[in-house]
Structures are given as structure tokens and as C-alpha cells.
Design a binder for this molecule. Structure first.
Ligand SMILES: *[C@@H]1O[C@H](CO)[C@@H](O)[C@H](O)[C@H]1NC(C)=O
Ligand SMILES: *[C@@H]1O[C@H](CO)[C@@H](O)[C@H](O)[C@H]1NC(C)=O
Ligand SMILES: *[C@@H]1O[C@H](CO)[C@@H](O)[C@H](O)[C@H]1NC(C)=O
Ligand SMILES: *[C@@H]1O[C@H](CO)[C@@H](O)[C@H](O)[C@H]1NC(C)=O
Ligand SMILES: *[C@@H]1O[C@H](CO)[C@@H](O)[C@H](O)[C@H]1NC(C)=O
Ligand SMILES: *[C@@H]1O[C@H](CO)[C@@H](O)[C@H](O)[C@H]1NC(C)=O
Ligand SMILES: *[C@@H]1O[C@H](CO)[C@@H](O)[C@H](O)[C@H]1NC(C)=O
Ligand SMILES: *[C@@H]1O[C@H](CO)[C@@H](O)[C@H](O)[C@H]1NC(C)=O
Ligand SMILES: *[C@@H]1O[C@H](CO)[C@@H](O)[C@H](O)[C@H]1NC(C)=O
Ligand SMILES: *[C@@H]1O[C@H](CO)[C@@H](O)[C@H](O)[C@H]1NC(C)=O
Length: 377
């Protein structure tokens, strides 16, 4: 009897000290970790932190890394101050030279800056031989005015890179005045990132493309997913389309700029530009949100309680910057089969500056391990 009493009091003590917010399913860990049933605590996958694994494990960024050409000037500039403004993009490792990295990003022509993105946005390729964080230097204009918001992925089934973007060819005016256009998502392909097929229009009046291939080792399908604004997901049997609307997740209306991916365990995720502070007339600080699902068809859970990241960026020199805008999230993953997010790429703009640039921030120790493996550190 006495032993039973001791056991009971320990059991009730255990109940008292168990945190009431402990997890019970992997969903409670944002599908970015495993819920330990013994401890009822999340064990986060590499790249994520916080009690619910909802926050990116961001490490300090290096100043003058990424693609920051906001101090550039040129003979064809219509105004000074915004430089070669850019706005987010994808990092891609060169297919034949592992030490060469490419950044495919939007860049505003004629010095017109982010405010003149329509119609001055072009799509450019920049290069870095100093590692995936750059600094990157301008290499090539891939698509002239007006083309914007490139998302570039490798399609194993096609053996090619695919570039999705919005826009169409237009002749720009000779001042930095903005114009309005209907959005059209188009796709192009390339074997080497330098030579691209003509863009083919796929979806009219839809913006912010975020493709992901359904290819896997087990199922080498050519089928493609194409997420867009509002986190809607279209599907096509191959990248040439047609793209059919397949999923319209609920409760995601306060977001834009989706980035879609499938993790190593097969779960699906969106990182988005969260627009919650727009209600307060502000662009931040709550800018990075995350949504997750076990199947891309849903149901999707949009985390509107905790953030994946905000507008504050710590730098390796010990300083930090609170950005006015931090949008267009994209992730770069480890190539060791774990799909660990190792870099976060954003379009950023500082307070009271007309220039914008592409910021690359390392995530967790995986970023340095990757750079070490490639011989950059
Ligand atoms: C980007 O460039 C501007 C100058 O145009 C500079 O003031 C700013 O500190 C740079 N930002 C980073 C993170 O290097
Ligand atoms: C822009 O900033 C970079 C990095 O500090 C510097 O190397 C470059 O000379 C600057 N360019 C101009 C035009 O000021
Ligand atoms: C700015 O962009 C133009 C292309 O529009 C390019 O020719 C030039 O080299 C770029 N300069 C810098 C400093 O990025
Ligand atoms: C938008 O699309 C409609 C129909 O396709 C077209 O009539 C209209 O001219 C377009 N607007 C612009 C600004 O391109
Ligand atoms: C695109 O939008 C324009 C203007 O709002 C409209 O006239 C046109 O019918 C739309 N096209 C499609 C395919 O929805
Ligand atoms: C392979 O994937 C495609 C696209 O998701 C799907 O339609 C097809 O049924 C899959 N095939 C097998 C054998 O699972
Ligand atoms: C892509 O898929 C569509 C629909 O199944 C098909 O009609 C088309 O021929 C395919 N295109 C290519 C290039 O395979
Ligand atoms: C968060 O999402 C839930 C479920 O959609 C909704 O009921 C709640 O109002 C949202 N909260 C905020 C602050 O948007
Ligand atoms: C931004 O995120 C960092 C890291 O989680 C946190 O320390 C900081 O307090 C946050 N800032 C704001 C303004 O929410
Ligand atoms: C931006 O400029 C406004 C008006 O000059 C000023 O009130 C504000 O403090 C500035 N913000 C920052 C972060 O420098």
C-alpha cells in the first residue's frame, strides 16, 4: 500500500510539472519536428527552433553579402538613389562547377528602384565565386522589361532548370513612372542557366509563382505543382501545362509571396510574406509566416500565432538592422538528402531608402558546414 501511495504521488507530481503546452502530435511541432511522446516536447529538425519548431534558426548574416547593388550608378539611369535595386530570388549551384553559385532575381532597370517595378523590372542572373551567400555580381539579363518575380528550380524529370515568372515584353517610358498590367505567369527552361527558351504563358491574372516538382526516386513523374497568390496550388502533368487549379487553402488571405516545398519526411510547407501588420498601416515587423500539411492537397494549417522570422536581421559584425520591408521568402536546402534549410533569401528595403536588395541569411550550423565542405571556409 505504501509503495502504491508513493507511486500515486509521483504520478500526480508528474502531471503537475508536465507543461500544459506540451505537444501531442507532430502538427504541434509545425511538421518541422517530431513530438517526443515520452517528454511531450518537440524535437525540431535542423534549421528550426522554438517550442513549436515554427521559427527558422537564423544565424547572423554578413554585411555586403547577397546582392546589394543599391549604390550602383549607370549612364542609362533616369534617377539616382535606388541603384540596381533587386528583390529576392533563388540561389542555384552551377551544374558543372560546384564552386560557382548563381542568383536569379528581379532587378529594376534605369535606376528606377522598387517603386518602379512595373514596368522596369527585368530578370537577371548574378554570380558568386565566394560561396552561396555571395556577394554576387551582375552577370546577364535573362528577360528584359517587363519581367518579374522569377522562381527557378531544377526539374530532375526534365534534366533542366525551370524559371517561372510574371510579365511580358514591353517598351518602357523614358521616366521612372509606374504602370499597371494584368499578371500572367509564364515558364521557360534551360539546361545551363545561361540560355533560356522563350517564355510560354500558362496562367492569366495570377501572380507570385512557386513551383515544386512531384518527382521522387520512387516516382520519376514529370508532374508539377505551381503554387500562386493566396497559396492556391495548380497541378500539371508536365511543366508545359495545362495547369489546373487543385487546392484553395482556407485562412491564408493575409499572406502573399508563397514559397512551397516538400521536406525529407514527405510533409509539405509554405513560407509566406505575412501581411498581418498591413491592418495597422505597417509593413512589419511580423513578415514571415509558415503553413504546413501532410499532403499537398491539404488540409493546410496556417500558423497565425508565431512567426518564422521578422524584420530584424543580426549581422556578423554585431550590429542589427530592422528593415522597413522584408518579403519574397525563399529557402535553399542542404544537398545531403536531409533537405535542411540552410539559407533564407528575401527582398529587403531599409527605412527611408529607395533602394532594395536581396539579402541572404544563413540558417543553423548547416550553412557553415555546407560552405566548409565546398572549401569556402
Ligand atoms: C546595402 O547597401 C547600402 C548602400 O547602398 C548600405 O547602406 C547598406 O548598409 C547595405 N546593406 C547591407 C546589409 O550590406
Ligand atoms: C558600392 O559598395 C561596394 C561595397 O562597399 C563598393 O565596393 C563599391 O565601390 C561601391 N560602389 C559605388 C559606385 O559607390
Ligand atoms: C547594374 O545593372 C546593369 C544591367 O542593367 C549592369 O550592366 C551593371 O553592370 C550593373 N551594375 C552593378 C554595379 O550591379
Ligand atoms: C488586361 O486583360 C484584358 C483582357 O485580357 C485586356 O483587355 C486588357 O487590355 C488588359 N490590361 C492591360 C493593362 O494589359
Ligand atoms: C484577366 O483580367 C482581365 C481584366 O480584369 C479580364 O478582362 C480577363 O477576362 C481575365 N482573364 C482571365 C483568363 O480570367
Ligand atoms: C506518380 O506521381 C504522379 C503525380 O503525383 C501520380 O499521378 C501517379 O499516380 C504516381 N504514380 C505512382 C505509381 O505512385
Ligand atoms: C504535357 O502534358 C499534357 C497533358 O497531359 C500533354 O497534352 C502534353 O503533350 C505534354 N507535353 C509534353 C511536352 O510532354
Ligand atoms: C488565426 O486563425 C484561426 C483559424 O483560422 C482564426 O480563428 C483566428 O481568428 C486567427 N487569428 C488571427 C489573429 O488572425
Ligand atoms: C524578431 O525575432 C527575434 C528572433 O526570434 C527576436 O529576438 C526579436 O525579439 C523579434 N523582434 C520583433 C520586433 O518581434
Ligand atoms: C524615416 O524618416 C522619417 C521622416 O524623416 C523619420 O521620422 C523616421 O524616424 C525615419 N525612420 C528611420 C528608421 O530612420
Amino acid at each position: 500500500m505504501q509503495r502504491l501511495a508513493v507511486f500515486l504521488s509521483l504520478a500526480s507530481l508528474a502531471i503537475v510539472i508536465t507543461p500544459s503546452r506540451g505537444c501531442s502530435t507532430d502538427e504541434d511541432c509545425s511538421l518541422n519536428g517530431i513530438c517526443s511522446q515520452a517528454k511531450r516536447e518537440c524535437i525540431c529538425h535542423a534549421g528550426w527552433r522554438a517550442e513549436d519548431c515554427s521559427e527558422l534558426n537564423l544565424y547572423p548574416a554578413a554585411r555586403w553579402s547577397g546582392y546589394n547593388h543599391t549604390n550602383a550608378t549607370g549612364p542609362d539611369f533616369y534617377k539616382e538613389g535606388a541603384g540596381n535595386s533587386s528583390w529576392g530570388g533563388h540561389i542555384i549551384q552551377d551544374p558543372s562547377d560546384e564552386k560557382l553559385f548563381h542568383l536569379v532575381t528581379s532587378q529594376m532597370a534605369h535606376g528606377c528602384g522598387l517603386a518602379g517595378w512595373r514596368p522596369f523590372s527585368t530578370i537577371i542572373r548574378a554570380e558568386s565565386r565566394t560561396g552561396p551567400t555571395g556577394p554576387y555580381t551582375f552577370a546577364q539579363t535573362l528577360f528584359g522589361t517587363f519581367h518579374h518575380n522569377p522562381t527557378t528550380i531544377y526539374s530532375p524529370a526534365d534534366g533542366k532548370y525551370l524559371l517561372y515568372c510574371i510579365g511580358r515584353d514591353i517598351v518602357t517610358p523614358d521616366t521612372c513612372q509606374s504602370q499597371k498590367f494584368n499578371n500572367t505567369i509564364s515558364v521557360s527552361s534551360s539546361a545551363d542557366l545561361k540560355h533560356w527558351e522563350p517564355l510560354e504563358a500558362q496562367l492569366e491574372n495570377v501572380t507570385n509563382p512557386a513551383p515544386w516538382t512531384l518527382w521522387s526516386m520512387q516516382n520519376q513523374t514529370r508532374a508539377m505543382l505551381l503554387a500562386v497568390e493566396k497559396n492556391n496550388i495548380y497541378m500539371a502533368q508536365n511543366f508545359s501545362g495545362p495547369y489546373d487549379l487543385a487546392v484553395e487553402p482556407q485562412n491564408t488571405d493575409r499572406s502573399e509571396d508563397p514559397f512551397l516545398w516538400q521536406d525529407k519526411r514527405g510533409n509539405w510547407h509554405f513560407l509566406v510574406h505575412y501581411l498581418i501588420d498591413i491592418d495597422l498601416g505597417l509593413k512589419g515587423p511580423r513578415v514571415g509566416a509558415h503553413a504546413y500539411a501532410r499532403h499537398w492537397q491539404g488540409p493546410w494549417t496556417f500558423n497565425n500565432k508565431t512567426l518564422a522570422y521578422n524584420t530584424t536581421v543580426e549581422f556578423t559584425d554585431g550590429t542589427s538592422t530592422v528593415y522597413y520591408r522584408r518579403e519574397r521568402p525563399k529557402l535553399y536546402f542542404s544537398d545531403d538528402g536531409d533537405m535542411t534549410p540552410i539559407y533564407l533569401i528575401n527582398g529587403v528595403q531599409e527605412f527611408n531608402r529607395s533602394g532594395s536588395y536581396t539579402l541572404i541569411q544563413p540558417i543553423g550550423p548547416g550553412a557553415r558546414e555546407y560552405e566548409t565542405k565546398l572549401g569556402f571556409v
